[in-house]
Each structure stands twice: as C-alpha cells, then as structure tokens.
Design a binder for this molecule. Structure first.
Ligand SMILES: Nc1nc2c(ncn2[C@@H]2O[C@H](COP(=O)(O)OP(=O)(O)OP(=O)(O)O)[C@@H](O)[C@H]2O)c(=O)[nH]1
Ligand SMILES: [Mg+2]
Length: 477
C-alpha cells in the first residue's frame, strides 16, 4: 500500500525480472484518480516498465464514492506498436475479471512468445542505433557491419534503429524524441543495452542513458568488448585493458548517478578481473603498471625482430579487412591451425610461422589483427605495437573477400588504413579469396583490375599461383 499525492505517486524501485523473463511482476497497481479517471501515459509506461500484472485507476467522484474503473494490461507481444491493452471502463463495483486465471493465462502467453524471441537468455539484448547523413549502399554496409560486430560481442540484437539526419544532435545525437521512442521500443522488446554506431562523448552517453533508462555504449566500446573476449596472449590482454582504461578514464570523472548505467557488463568486460568502476587514481596506477609491462614485452619483441633480421629471413605479412580469411590462408600455407571463425576479429594476437617455398627459400609469414573502417583512435594506439611489425615486412599479402557485397568500400578502407600506418608504398600483393563462392568471371575481373591472384584458402590446391607469385618476388630480390 502506497500513498501518493494528487499529481502522482512514486513507486519504489522493484526488481525488474522476477524469476523468468516471461513472468510478470506479481503486483497489481490499483490507484485513484481524482478528476479524470482515464489512465495516463505514465500509468501505462509504469505498467510496461515494471511489468505489472495489471494497472487500474479508480475514479473518485465529488462525493468520495468510486466511479468508473479504468484498467490495462500488457500484451503478450507488441501489436502494431502498442505494448498494452486499455480496457473499457466499467463502474468499479462491476469489475468482473477473474484475476488469477487471467494473469496466469497472460503469463503463459508471454512465456510462449518469449522463448521464441530469446535465443540466449543471458545475453545482453540490444537496440542498435545508426546515425547517418547519407543513405543507400554505403548505409547498408554500415548497418550490416555493425550487426556483425554486435554478434561477435555475443549481443542479441532485438532492433536496429536508423536515423538519417544531416548533423548529429549535440546532446542526444539522434534527438530527444527519438531517444524517448527508443525507450518505449526497449520496453516492448525487453532490451537492456543501447549501442550507437557513433562515437559518444561521455556527456552524450549520460544524457541518452537518462532518458532511455538503460546502458548506453558506442561502437568503440563494442569493439573493445570483442577484443577483450578474443585476446589470448598476455600482450594482447594488456593492450586491450590499456585501451579500455584509457577510454573509460574520461567517463569516470565526477559522480553522476547514471554512471552505473555506463559501467558493468558489455563495454566494460575486461580480461582478468578488472572492474572499470575503479576510481581514477586506481585506474591510473593500473595503467602505469600495464604500460611498464607492455614496454618490457615490446622490448622482447624488438629483440626477436632483430634476431630474425640477423637470420636474414624475409617477412611476409598477411593483412586485410577483418573476416576475409587471413588466418585460414596462413593455415593453408603453413599447415598450421591458427583459430579461424566466421566473425570479425577472430584473430587478435598475431602469429608467425615459417614457410619454405619449393625453390628452398625460407620466409617468415605472419598473421595480423584484421582492419576495420573508422578504427576508433583508442584502439589504433593499442594495436600500433602489433601493427608496427608490418614495417619489417618485405611483402604484404592483402587478403580480400570476394563474397563481400561491398568489396570496393573494403579495398578503399584498407587503403586508407595503410596510409595511416605509412605503409602504402610497401610491396603488396592482393589476394582475392573465397573464389569457391563466386562466379569465376567475377573473381577474374577483380583480380585483373588489381593485378592480384585468386585463391580459395580452404582449398590448398588453389594456392599454386599465389605461391609462384610470392616466390618470384623473393627470387628477384
Ligand atoms: N567459402 C570460403 N570460406 C572461407 C575461405 N577462406 C576463409 N573462409 C572462411 O571465412 C571465415 C573467416 O576466416 P578467418 O581465416 O578467420 O578470417 P580472418 O581474416 O583471419 O578474420 P579475423 O581474424 O577475424 O580478422 C571463416 O569462417 C573461414 O572458414 C574460402 O576460401 N572460402
Ligand atoms: Mg584471423
């Protein structure tokens, strides 16, 4: 029993999910309205947000006696954009709903729909937000890639919101009304995470979280999360944690109550035990320690590189956009078993193998972390060390995925990244991969245009032309 004022009632925080996502809260909200008996929008959002069994407003007449009763309940699934059903008002003494049976049936219906909806019950359920000034092909590419990043972070995508606007809103990026709209969608789809394909300033993230009432992260945090999942070596883990700390530092300033919505769970998952809610000072100490360890490791790396150079073994580095088949190619060439997977950033830690050509030339061949367009700057810094090795390479093998519908954007993106690394003038051979999945003439036209070779990394028999070209390069030198 709670008492409110004429203008409203404040409901204490309830534990949102009782036992199962399909269940209702087990609470009915019955309250009085003095003037107009009808349920207000707040009544209805409370119904949805708190997953109440039902909400009723009872009109109080001038003489204090009960008038009409206005009720509503949730729908098992969103219907034409509405989450709830508002019942016809009846005089209070004529409410004749058999509540227990009714609510049990409703919960049954909700559970049935939800098991269809929820594949991984424990995964974060996210709404993706893409803000774009343009439409068309490029936008589709951005959306596809963003969705596959979310998948790689093991997030269940329940909705993708695209907003075209010439300029992002300074405070909310997509505009306040749209954020409110997303809040309702999140209630309908039971989402707990909002991911922006747009870099958010800490204050934008906070403003959005306040209205959307859920965790808000951006693409950088999403990629960091994937990296945290993938890092295997000590070095990789250090790099990821450093990047996370650097990124979250700015978000640890001040004591905003909504900060807790920005922390915890995805976007803050670190290798090891790190909690990113640690205060600035501790974060800083941790960073210093990691940086020291990092420089020790990178010294070791430099020694290895120097030794390799003394041995005079040429280095070939496999580079390219993420998920193009770089690791598969390394495995095929060297008969090894580096992890490959159909997802962005399967490889985080580079590996090097020896490769002997038929004419008895021996080389070192290395696999690297994949490229992605608009690599967030905090990540670029983190992976510079790994990518530094590319400077030593005598030849870059640029792997391109022929099955990619946006192959030209990819080639362009790789070109820009190489420029950023100052590697655009390194000898490079373009390798068009996954030829088994496209028409022969498509493959040929790409290869001709770029003077590349065609392969299918899954089939060693297709590698002969590539091996010839690589070997030819080192015979010449
Ligand atoms: N059909 C086909 N699939 C391939 C071929 N080469 C690689 N793949 C698949 O493409 C996916 C990505 O391969 P990886 O070798 O992990 O790609 P990567 O470039 O190392 O990716 P990241 O390390 O994530 O950047 C895997 O599912 C591979 O099995 C190919 O020639 N044909
Ligand atoms: Mg790989």
């Amino acid at each position: 029993m709670l008492a409110g004022s004429a203008s409203g009632i404040s409901i204490p925080e309830l534990n949102r999910m009782r036992t199962h996502p399909g269940r209702l809260q087990g609470l009915r909200l019955i309250h009085t309205h003095f003037k107009d008996g009808r349920l207000t929008f707040e009544d209805l959002t409370d119904l949805a947000k708190l997953r109440l069994d039902m909400v009723y407003a009872i009109e109080v007449l001038e003489d204090g006696s009960p008038g009409l009763a206005y009720g509503a309940h949730l729908l098992p699934a969103e219907e034409g954009g509405t989450l709830w059903k508002v019942l016809d008002p009846v005089p209070t003494y004529r409410i004749d709903i058999p509540f227990d049976a009714f609510i049990e049936a409703l919960e049954g219906e909700i559970t049935k729909r939800q098991t269809l909806l929820v594949p991984g019950a424990h995964a974060d359920r996210a709404i993706l937000v893409v803000v774009s000034s343009s439409g068309g092909d490029m936008l589709k590419d951005v959306i596809d890639e963003f969705q596959s990043l979310a998948k790689a972070a093991e997030v269940t995508v329940v909705d993708t919101v695209v907003q075209k606007r010439p300029k992002p809103d300074p405070r909310y990026v997509i505009g306040k009304g749209k954020v409110a709209d997303i809040y309702l969608r999140a209630l309908a789809k039971d989402a707990n995470l909002l991911v922006f394909d747009h870099e958010l300033t800490p204050s934008q993230a906070r403003s959005i979280a306040e209205i959307a009432d859920m965790r808000v992260i951006d693409r950088t945090q999403l990629i960091l999360d994937i990296f945290a999942r993938r890092a295997r070596t000590r070095e990789g883990k250090i790099q990821v944690e450093l990047a996370q700390l650097r990124y979250n530092m700015s978000r640890l300033v001040g004591k905003n109550p909504s900060l807790s919505r920005l922390a915890g769970g995805i976007g803050t998952r670190g290798p090891g035990e790190t909690k990113l809610e640690v205060d600035r000072r501790r974060a800083k100490e941790r960073m210093e320690r990691l940086e020291r360890e990092n420089s020790r490791i990178s010294l070791k790396r430099r020694i290895t590189r120097a030794r390799r150079e003394r041995q005079g073994l040429p280095v070939i580095s496999i580079i390219g956009y993420t998920n193009t088949g770089k690791s598969t190619l390394l495995n095929a060439l060297t008969r090894s078993s580096v992890l490959t997977a159909d997802m962005p950033f399967a490889t985080l830690d580079p590996s090097s193998k020896r490769l002997r050509f038929p004419k008895d030339i021996e080389v070192i061949i290395t696999d690297t972390v994949g490229f992605i367009r608009d690599l967030p700057k905090d990540l670029r810094a983190a992976f510079m060390a790994t990518l530094e090795e590319l400077e030593d390479a005598h030849l870059l093998l640029e792997v391109i995925d022929l099955t990619d519908p946006h192959i030209d954007y990819r080639i362009q993106a790789v070109e820009e990244i190489l420029k950023g690394l100052n590697l655009q003038d390194k000898p490079r051979l373009k390798v068009f991969n996954k030829a088994d999945r496209v028409h022969r003439s498509t493959a040929r036209s790409w290869a001709e245009r770029h003077d590349g070779v065609i392969i299918s990394a899954l089939d060693r028999a297709t590698l002969r032309a590539l091996i010839e070209r690589m070997q030819g390069y080192f015979l010449k030198v």
